[in-house]
Design a protein around this ligand. Structure first.
Ligand code: ADP
Ligand code: ZN
Length: 722
């Protein structure tokens, strides 16, 4: 018997299928060890055949076949072809996505535990073999764990006993899944009419992709879980994706209670071994629901009945390492392959997805109201320009201070949110709210301290640093800012008796650092939680009645065409943390540009208004989804070779432009905004294209130009252009 193998080496020259002979019964999807180029490498069997495709005498045998059950399911091969072609990566690299990293590199044995059992209790042993006799007797009471057994009776005696056939060693796969919450009873809630209608709509809609646009607290999660329960009843399986940060202990408990061991939950709190075990539970069919962040889209589930992506707008669904795939695109492929629905859900859908729904390419469910018609929290705007004029130079407006005092006085909790992304980079006039923008691109400029200049990340234009505001002449320009530390210090001074917790990259350490802080806050061990982006999503704290957003505009001026969208999303998400339980919530939003339309829409929870406006701007300025931003990054340790490759890439793409000039809205080569990162210089060819027509050719150019230490790779609509 023969098998066709993809060798697990990430190199385009090895990106072929090789043939080996193999033991009878070897199945497609198995992992094997094969002789390759004088060494032994791991590989994946993608198909088998009875006869060889070339001279049988030249075909080498595989060294061994791993796993009783093939690790890869048939669907993997189809997806592998797609991913390899779409993102131009070697097939081996595409296949690796489907296996837990713990499984590669032969580390499989870690998850097996050896046991020893009695094989022949009547075996004759010599009188002098006292230790062997003791070991044999030791097994009469039942099987033992091998390592402990050896420690008790001596390794050599045990080995001799096994050799003589008196005992035998066998392997058991250890399962290490932490089953928290499983023994708590699950009590189903009666769905609301809106939830029932949503499910009925999705069920009967002929469209593969379904978008649920529902305000925070509108019962989306309950819809997902009911849908999954239905899918399981029909004997099918499901994938449920959430941003990592949403897998809070509350969420885990809820899932365990509802689905017990049918759910395999992959979260960052798991050890490598636990993750591996969860993966095998899915592969073996013991678990039927894969729940996790981005990578769970590759779960080894056959017969998928649903794929659900919660918070579908979240940027974590875009992979930032090769292959730079879009999770939603992979999900669409899997949904079509399995003939099941892909459900996207969000309170603030990505503009690119909402337009698909309005144009009828996706099904659309709207849930404009919270469960039990609970009101959304009231949002109050504090104009920070007025605060500066009134001589208030603290990080807190007078209104926010009063609300904080009232909240603490009533024994409730508050969250103070600091929008740090892009902080200290944008220049803002504190007197009038003016923000420096690029004349060509209408996006905010970014301050680069090392060159003391302002740069546009979309066209590379450079501007002199400002000494005064060009609009009002004011000199209170700010491009440094308040950090969480300073906010905590201010709070301590203003509210000396309040207990304060801080959550940001500096305080969150270890794999479950943020769980610890959030659980402490959930147990009401603090009155105020101060944090950055990390606290925006997914958490449900019943006694939080106030959310303060310290600088709502900071991400508004982040130099990205999506900054308006990101700001709207962030404010909506953060505001959703307030007033989740019985008491009505309040949000104070501090800003230097209170008249900004994005903030206006966010304050009134008007997603549609925001969307209509945003899409108009994108259409007029030709930004995605009406164009594609494409960047070819070139990085290397040394400047010279990097520049060589940059030129090569640039000229090759320029040939495309000469042939098809209409496709290019913008095209240039330049330093990346961050010129050097982790010891590697960074250059880029930046393009704005009318469509994705030329994308395959651009990928080819980048792959062809990478050589030795110089890496050239393509990014599509990158979340960040630094
Ligand atoms: P979303 O995911 O849209 O933010 P959730 O599904 O978390 O909303 O629901 C918000 C709150 O309403 C949760 O506390 C949830 O337990 C509750 N809830 C959801 N559906 C129902 C229902 N049918 N009956 C009663 N409570 C519900
Ligand atoms: Zn520009």
């Amino acid at each position: 018997m023969y098998c066709q193998v993809i060798v697990d080496i990430a190199h385009s020259r090895v990106d072929k299928v090789f043939e080996y002979s193999c033991p009878e019964g070897t199945a497609a999807g198995s992992r094997v060890k094969v002789p390759f180029g004088g060494r032994v490498e791991e590989g994946f069997v993608i198909s088998t055949s009875d006869s060889p495709s070339f001279d049988a005498r030249k075909i080498k045998p595989v060294r061994c076949v791993y796993d009783e059950q093939p690790a890869l399911i048939p669907e993997c091969f189809r997806l592998m072809e797609n991913i390899a072609a779409r993102y131009r990566v070697p097939k081996a690299v595409a296949l690796r996505l489907f296996l837990p990293s713990e499984m590669r590199l032969g580390r499989v044995s870690e998850v097996y535990k050896n046991y020893i059992r009695l094989a022949d209790p009547t075996i004759p042993l010599s009188k002098s073999a006292k230790n062997q006799q003791a070991a044999l007797d030791g097994l009469r009471g039942g099987d033992r764990e091998y390592t402990a057994f050896c420690e008790e009776f001596g390794r050599s005696a045990v080995a001799a006993l096994v050799k003589k056939g008196g005992a035998e060693v066998y392997k058991v796969r250890r399962t290490r899944s932490p089953m928290l919450g499983e023994d708590e009873p699950f009590e189903p809630v009666a769905l609301t009419p809106a939830q029932r209608e949503a499910l009925a709509y999705i069920e009967s809609s002929p469209k593969t992709v379904q978008l649920i646009h529902g305000v925070t607290g509108s019962g989306k999660t309950e819809i997902y879980l009911s849908y999954i329960a239905e899918v399981l009843k029909r004997g099918r399986t499901a994938i449920f994706l959430v941003p990592e940060i949403s897998l809070t202990p509350q969420m885990l408990r809820q899932l365990r209670r509802r689905f017990g061991s049918a759910a395999a939950i992959m979260h960052s709190g798991l050890s490598a071994g636990e993750r591996f075990d969860e993966w095998w539970r899915l592969r073996s069919g013991e678990a039927k629901i894969a729940i996790g962040a981005r990578s769970a889209i590759f779960a080894p589930l056959e017969n998928l009945g649903a794929i659900i992506i919660d918070e579908e707008h979240d940027s974590s669904y875009q992979s930032e390492t090769a292959p730079r795939y879009s999770t939603i695109d992979i999900a669409k492929l899997r949904a079509r392959y399995n003939g099941c629905k892909l459900i996207l859900g969000s309170a603030t859908p990505a503009v690119e997805d909402y337009i698909c729904a309005t144009e009828g390419r996706y099904g659309l469910v709207e849930l404009p109201q919270r469960i039990n018609k609970k009101p959304l929290p009231e949002v109050v705007i504090s104009d920070m320009r007025a605060e500066v004029r009134a001589g208030n130079n603290t990080a807190f407006s007078r209104a926010l201070r009063e609300e904080l005092a009232a909240t603490l006085g009533a024994g409730n909790q508050a969250i103070i949110f600091l929008n740090r992304r892009g902080y200290a980079k944008t220049v803002i006039c504190q007197d009038c709210g003016y923000v420096a923008k690029c004349v060509n691109c209408d996006v905010s400029l970014t301050y680069h301290s090392e060159e003391n200049c302002l740069k546009c990340h979309y066209c590379g234009a450079r501007y002199h640093m400002l000494s005064a505001c060009p609009e009002c002449g004011g000199v209170h320009l700010r491009y440094g800012g308040t950090g969480t530390q300073r906010v905590v210090a201010d709070l301590n001074r203003l509210f000396p008796s309040a207990r304060i917790l801080r959550m940001d990259n500096d305080t969150v350490t270890g794999k479950d650092g943020h769980y610890k802080i959030l659980s402490a806050f959930g147990r009401r061990e603090a009155d105020i939680l101060v944090g950055t982006q990390m606290i925006a999503k997914g958490h449900d704290f019943p006694s939080v009645t106030l959310v303060g957003i310290l600088d709502a505009d900071m991400s508004l001026h982040f130099s990205d065409y999506r900054s308006g969208e990101r700001t709207f999303q962030l404010i909506t998400q953060v505001a959703g943390r307030s007033g989740r339980a019985d008491e009505k919530g309040k949000v104070v939003l501090q800003t230097y540009s209170p008249e900004n339309y994005i903030l206006r829409y966010a304050v009134s929870y008007d997603y549609k208004g925001f969307f209509e406006n945003e899409i108009k701007i994108r259409r007029a300025t030709l930004f995605p989804p009406f164009s594609l931003i494409c960047r070819v990054m070139v990085t290397a340790e040394k400047d010279g070779p990097a520049l060589e490759v940059l030129k090569q890439v640039y000229f090759a793409i320029d040939e495309l432009r000469k042939a098809d000039g209409d496709e290019f809205i913008f095209f240039n080569k330049m330093h990346s905004p961050i010129k050097k990162l982790q010891g590697r210089v960074r250059y880029q060819v930046l393009m704005r294209l009318k469509s994705d027509k030329l994308l395959p050719k651009i990928y080819d150019i980048a792959v062809g130009a990478s050589s030795g230490d110089v890496l050239a790779y393509v990014e599509e609509n990158p979340a960040n252009l630094s």
